[in-house]
Each structure stands twice: as structure tokens, then as C-alpha cells.
Design a protein around this ligand. Structure first.
Ligand code: CBY
Length: 433
């Protein structure tokens, strides 16, 4: 054989010898892309109670190239202003998400963002989390946010100790569990953080081998825990943890076998849930979209040019995600509502309009008996969070909270989203996680 003929063959041989990471990414096909439009529409057109709560949506939209250039510019500029003005009161995870959103990609006219200043501030907030860990074994917020911090510090060259990461993100730590149940959302975010740290250490020389070994073992164990929460229809944990769990699985395909996860099954169940309206909440939409577009938070890169969409979404031209309810006056339904503290149960039957959410029931009960049913909320990216009932306040340090239950079951939605049904037995229960 002449040399010129041998060359392509040699190339092919060499290529087949390169150890490839078999990347399991089951992006939604071109034909199915319209199925994702309601998600994008929800994120762009939602009214966020505080602009910082749009961080997740901005990150997702920019990462997926779902905005056109002027929308990107407008939203990003507004967001910079918000971050700068509210920074002292942001939690570490909120700031980390904001940095990821702003630095998701590089806008053409390079809006001036002082990353190093923001990253320095994040480093300080992260240190406070660690200080609290050392103090009572819990971070100031939670492990989901701690992982977001490490991820942002890793992607944006901030300061963190690899040994500390390897110490805290041990999968046996209680902070991965709520009521003894592994939190898939938390595990997924930790896998993304650990993967970033591991990829980065490959390029550094003086790294303790033991740390790398721990990081590898932890990633493998977390992936197993995530896969053990796979449901029959392919969801990972529940519908709201599936998106980020998919991202974790995308970046860790070396840690599981092909037969352990059929990505297409998960994707198809998610697509069905989109059409049923499960992602009406903008943060829910934001957390599922990247995986459906084959993206992960590790694709955040402030030096890589943004990709823009030619579609433009305007409130007036797009169909709303929720089917419009008929214009007949809604009927009243009755539900049972109780506040449970240990063995004590204060119960009331309230009447609310059909289609009401858990929060409306709590408001009605409070109106009828403020002594027993008074409560306070705080706004979060997932809607209202119940911080206190009868003056008893949830505490991160004590791992206590007000748990929402319906008909004896733990709810997968917050008070502002869960739609109640006639005859429901609703409960807020003083719980320890
Ligand atoms: N985000 C965070 O800091 C939140 C991290 C998170 C793991 C989050 C879920 C996952 C995510 N993708 O964002 C989380 N929940 C946490 C850490 C917590 C704890 C908050 C306190 C703390 N230490 O920071 C706590 C107390 C265990 C908790 N969640 C409680 C609740 C209940 C809230 C009830 C109330 N008092 O208002 C509730 C409603 C469960 C219940 N039945 O009581 C709850 N969480 C739910 C349902 C959820 C899901 C929301 C889904 C939805 N459609 O509304 C969730 C996505 C989420 C938000 N919690 Co928590 C988990 C899921 O079901 N997949 C970072 C920040 C920057 O945004």
C-alpha cells in the first residue's frame, strides 16, 4: 500500500485508540424543539417578585441561546444593577447563581462586569458557610448552595481549598439528606461542583492524590445515589430534581453503565410533564431546560461568545403556558386544614374558591382564627416559603421547618403552587429534617 493511502487508515486507528468519554446526552430533537417554547416563554414573561429570583432563568436562557441579542442585553443589564444593589443581603447560593448567569457567555459589546470583585465577595460568603459548618455541622444555608458556591468559584477562578471540598462533600454527610431521604437536587449540584474541581485539578501540579481519590469516590457514590432514586417512568428523584440530575449524569458518564440509565425515557417523561403544565413556575422551567438542550452548568464560559436566537418572544404574540379557564364564576370547595406540632393538632374546615393553592387555604384559616393559624412567609425563587406558624420559626441551624402535607403525604410543591382539591386533608407540620 502506498504511504498516501495508509495515512487515513492510521488516523482512524489512532482516533479509535483515544480514550473517549461516552457522553450520554439525549438532546430534544429539532422536531420536538417547539415543545420547549412554553418553558422559554414562562421564563421570559414571568413577573419575578424580586429580580434576583430571575437568576436561574437568566442562566438557563443564556446557556441555551434562547434569547435574542436585545433581550439578552436588556435582561443582563438590569440584572447587573440588581446584583450590585442587593449583594450584601444575598445568600451565598444566590450570588453564585448570579455570577453563573452573568458569566454564562460573552456578550458582543462586552458589558462591563467586574467578575473578580463579585467572585471575591462570593469567596467571603463561602467562608462564612464553612465557618458555620465547623461550628455546628450545618452550613448557613444548605449543601445545594454550598455546591453552587464551589461550582461558581471553580468556574470563575475564585479561592477555595480542594482538601476542604473533599472533606465537606462526602456523600455520607447528613446535609445531603432530608428526613433521612437522599436529596437528588443536592447530590446533583454536588456532582457538578466536584466535576468542575476535578477537571481543573488535572491542569494543576501540586495536588494531593488523596483529595483526587476522594473526589472520584464521592462522585461515583453520589451518582449511584441519584440513580437509586430513579422512578419507573425514568424521573430522577421527582420531576423538579430531574433536570439537574440529568446534568450530573451527562458530566459523569464514566461512573455508570449504559444500562443503568436510559436518558431518552427520562427525557420523554419530562416532555409529557411539560405539556401537562408541570413547569409553570419559572425556576422549574429554568432548571429543566439546559438538560433538554444537552447543556450543563459546566458549559458556563464568560469568554465564549453568546449564541443568540432569532425568535423573539413577546407577551402578546405567544400563547400562555396555562390553559385559560372558562369565564364562569368559580365554585367554592371545602378543605380541612391543620397545624400540627408534635401530638397537638389545631384543625379547621375552610371554604376557598376552586383552583386555590395551599397558601390561599392558610390565608383563609388565618382570617378566621388568627391566634391558631397566623403565619409568615418569605419570597423565594420557588414562590412563598412558610417561615413561621403560630410565631414558631423555622431554623437552618436546628434543621427545623414547616412541612407541607396533603392527605398524609409530603408535598413536592410549595404553598404558592400546590392546587388543593375538595376534601383534601392539608397540614403544616413542625418537622426536623
Ligand atoms: N436553592 C436552595 O437553597 C434550595 C435547595 C433545595 C434542595 C431545593 C428544594 C432544590 C432546588 N432545585 O432548588 C431545597 N429545597 C432545600 C434546601 C430545602 C430546605 C430549605 C432550608 C435550608 N436549609 O436552606 C428545606 C427546609 C428542607 C426545604 N427545602 C423545605 C421545603 C418545603 C417548604 C415548605 C415551606 N415551609 O414553605 C417543601 C414545600 C417540601 C414540603 N412538602 O414541605 C419544599 N422544600 C419543596 C417542595 C421543594 C421543591 C420545590 C418544587 C416546586 N415545584 O415548588 C424543590 C425543588 C426545593 C426548592 N424544595 Co425545598 C425540591 C424538589 O422537590 N425537587 C438555591 C437558591 C439560590 O435558590
Amino acid at each position: 500500500m502506498r504511504q498516501s493511502h495508509q495515512l487515513p487508515l492510521l488516523g482512524l486507528l489512532l482516533f479509535s485508540l483515544i480514550p473517549r468519554q461516552q457522553c450520554e446526552i439525549c438532546e430534544v430533537s429539532k422536531e420536538n424543539k417547539t415543545a420547549l417554547k412554553p418553558l422559554i416563554h414562562t421564563m421570559i414573561n414571568s413577573n419575578y417578585t424580586e429580580r434576583i429570583h430571575a437568576a436561574n432563568a437568566l442562566l438557563s436562557l443564556r446557556l441555551c441561546g434562547s434569547l435574542n441579542q436585545s433581550q439578552d442585553q436588556h435582561l443582563t443589564e438590569q440584572f447587573i444593577l440588581t446584583v450590585n444593589s442587593t449583594e450584601p443581603s444575598l445568600t451565598s447560593g444566590q450570588l453564585a447563581l448570579a455570577i453563573l448567569a452573568l458569566g454564562a457567555c460573552k456578550a458582543p459589546d462586552g458589558m462591563s462586569i467586574n467578575y473578580s470583585e463579585l467572585v471575591k465577595r462570593l469567596g467571603n460568603k463561602y467562608k462564612e458557610e464553612i465557618r458555620n459548618m465547623d461550628h455546628n455541622g450545618n452550613p448557613l444555608t444548605n449543601y445545594y448552595q454550598l455546591s453552587l458556591d464551589i461550582l461558581a468559584l471553580c468556574l470563575f477562578n475564585g479561592n477555595y481549598s480542594i482538601t476542604e471540598v473533599a472533606k465537606f462533600l462526602n456523600p455520607e454527610n447528613k446535609n445531603y439528606y432530608f428526613h433521612g431521604q437522599f436529596s437528588v437536587d443536592t447530590g446533583a449540584m454536588a456532582v457538578l461542583a466536584l466535576t468542575c474541581v476535578k477537571n481543573k485539578t488535572r491542569r494543576q501540579k501540586q495536588i494531593d492524590k488523596k483529595d483526587i481519590e476522594n473526589i472520584n469516590n464521592y462522585t461515583e457514590s453520589l451518582i449511584n445515589k441519584i440513580l437509586s432514586q430513579k422512578t419507573e417512568n425514568g424521573l430522577l428523584g421527582n420531576i423538579y430534581s430531574t433536570g439537574e440530575a440529568m446534568q450530573a449524569l451527562f458530566v459523569s458518564s464514566n461512573y455508570y453503565n449504559k444500562n443503568q440509565w436510559v436518558c431518552e425515557k427520562t427525557r420523554d417523561t419530562v416532555l409529557t410533564e411539560i405539556s401537562r403544565g408541570a413547569f409553570r413556575m419559572p425556576t422549574a422551567a429554568a432548571q429543566i431546560l439546559p438538560a433538554l438542550k444537552g447543556k450543563t452548568y459546566l458549559d458556563v464560559n464568560k469568554d465564549s461568545s453568546c449564541v443568540y436566537s432569532s425568535d423573539s418572544f413577546h407577551p402578546s404574540t405567544q400563547e400562555p403556558i396555562v390553559s385559560v379557564t372558562p369565564a364562569v364564576s368559580p365554585s367554592q370547595i371545602q378543605v380541612n386544614y391543620s397545624v400540627v406540632i408534635d401530638k397537638r393538632k389545631d384543625r379547621i374546615v375552610v371554604s376557598v374558591t376552586d383552583g386555590s393553592v395551599f397558601l390561599n387555604v392558610m390565608e383563609q384559616a388565618q382570617k378566621e382564627n388568627p391566634t391558631l393559624f397566623r403565619f409568615k412567609t418569605k419570597e423565594t425563587a420557588w414562590g412563598p416559603y412558610i417561615i413561621s406558624v403560630q410565631g414558631i420559626k423555622a431554623s437552618t441551624n436546628d434543621r427545623t421547618y414547616w412541612e407541607l402535607r396533603s392527605n398524609g403525604e409530603h408535598l413536592n410543591q410549595g404553598a404558592g403552587s400546590y392546587v388543593v382539591h375538595a376534601g383534601d386533608d392539608l397540614e403544616v407540620r413542625w418537622s426536623t429534617y
